[in-house]
Write a protein that binds this ligand. Structure first.
Ligand code: GLV
Ligand code: MN
Ligand code: MN
Length: 419
């Protein structure tokens, strides 16, 4: 790369002003943000993003899945596009950094390249993907963009049909429209995303930057343990078919199973619903939300089998039925554009380590169709999906500069095998 390009840096003050302004939208007053996908606050954040795009003199683009982009035609006519981005939605009562940092850094990079008047062999696009966090579906916008979404999957979203329909209506989107967002992979050079680590490995290693080696596979199921409603005072303890016992025993057993046999994996029982749900009725039905994650395909399958086997064992133990509803599945994805990220961190003199991501990201969808890479910056106390989420500003700017330099390398190189 020539000296003009290697000297390019993001405008940290401008990026910070954007970050602070965006953090006000859906702010919860305790340092956090509440912007579930396609909620009023999320749509307001998207309107704000659109205004920044216009203000920068960039082209605004939106697709049928509601993905919003800034586009800079800095390549020759007909050139493919290098995508940079993340998401502006948050988990309920989450933090300010998860998602917005990557979107705003991407926008800043387009502004820097535009201001420098640089032509590249490719165009640049800063994208805000719809519903990364899975309040409604999970990586909805990126799945639509890579053609991984089906009408059938949309019928049973993990957040429920009603929530998806309400969100799409509110945003002026339709299910049929969502399915039109698929792009021809020949138009994509690659995808890069800056994100907070959401764990404490970078802090522990005293590293500035994490270059992501791969993203875990994630799978969610709804499990219903089915027993029988009975009088809680007159039915003897031995005669009960108590659905709560199966569900609670499963939650405990799942933890023990993962700790014992799957050290690099995690499982979570994130919700439980008791029916009929009264002090004096033995629970007839308990529905729980199960999610589990694994770094490699073989482990992912073994973990899934082991957890379902455990659920059957707990149901048998308490004389219960079991209903199993698979909800979503994202396979583990190795990151293919690590080299440009490593070279960029080296060029900036930043200490970097390679690490896998335990969180899901749109990059795992993009990795299906083009080279994809992720750059992590340290999360103080490893906190995330919480108002405690925090990354020092110097680290945010370092990450944005690595994203800029990695993007320039990817844009100029033209050889996906080298990314
Ligand atoms: C999204 O952040 C997830 O990993 O669930
Ligand atoms: Mn995220
Ligand atoms: Mn998240």
């Amino acid at each position: 790369m020539d000296a003009t390009l290697t000297a390019l840096r993001v405008n940290g003050a401008r990026l910070r002003a954007d970050f602070a302004a965006l953090a006000e939208i859906g702010a919860t007053g305790d340092g956090g943000a509440h912007r579930p996908a396609l909620s009023e606050a999320h749509l307001e954040a998207r309107r704000w993003f659109r205004e920044r795009i216009a203000e920068a003199g960039l082209e605004f683009r939106a697709d049928g899945a509601g993905n919003h982009s800034a586009f800079l035609a800095c390549g020759p006519a007909g050139a493919p596009t290098l995508l940079l981005g993340s998401h502006l939605d948050s988990v309920p009562y989450g933090g300010r950094f998860d998602g917005p940092l990557g979107v705003l850094a991407a926008l800043e990079i387009l502004r820097v390249v535009q201001e420098a008047g640089i032509s590249l062999p490719v165009h640049l696009e800063a994208i805000d993907f719809t519903d990364e966090e899975g309040t409604l579906f999970g990586e909805l916008g990126s799945a639509a963009l890579v053609g991984a979404l089906t009408a059938e999957a949309l019928r049973e979203p993990r957040g429920g049909r009603a929530a998806l329909e309400t969100g799409l209506n509110r945003a002026g989107l339709t299910e049929a429209g969502v399915l039109t967002a698929c792009r021809d992979s020949a138009t994509l050079v690659g995808y890069l995303e800056l994100h907070i680590e959401q764990g404490s490995r970078l802090i522990d290693a005293q590293a500035d930057i994490g270059v992501v080696s791969g993203i875990v596979g994630m799978c969610s199921y709804r499990l219903a343990f089915v027993g029988q409603a009975d009088h809680a005072g007159t039915t003897s303890m031995t005669d009960r078919r108590d659905a709560a016992l199966g569900a609670c025993a499963f939650a405990l057993a799942a933890r023990e199973l993962v700790l014992r046999d799957f050290p690099d994996c995690v499982a979570n029982v994130g919700d439980m619903h008791f029916a009929p749900g009264a002090f004096n009725i033995v629970p007839a039905r308990v529905v729980l939300a199960l999610e589990f994650r694994a770094p490699e395909p073989a482990l992912f399958r073994q973990l899934e089998n082991a957890l379902l086997k455990q659920a059957w064992a707990e149901a048998d133990r308490f004389g219960l039925g079991l209903e199993i509803e698979p909800l979503s599945r994202l396979d583990p994805a190795p990151e293919s554009a690590q080299r440009v990220c490593t070279e960029a961190a080296d060029a900036l003199g930043l200490k970097h380590v390679s690490l896998p991501s335990g969180a899901g990201h749109d990059a795992q969808m993009l990795a299906r169709v083009c080279p994809a890479g992720m750059i992590f910056v340290p999360s103080v106390e490893g906190a995330s999906h919480s108002p405690r989420e925090f990354t020092r500003w110097v680290d945010c700017v370092n990450g944005a500069n690595v994203l800029l330099q990695a993007a320039l390398r990817m844009a100029l190189d033209g050889d996906p095998k080298r990314f």
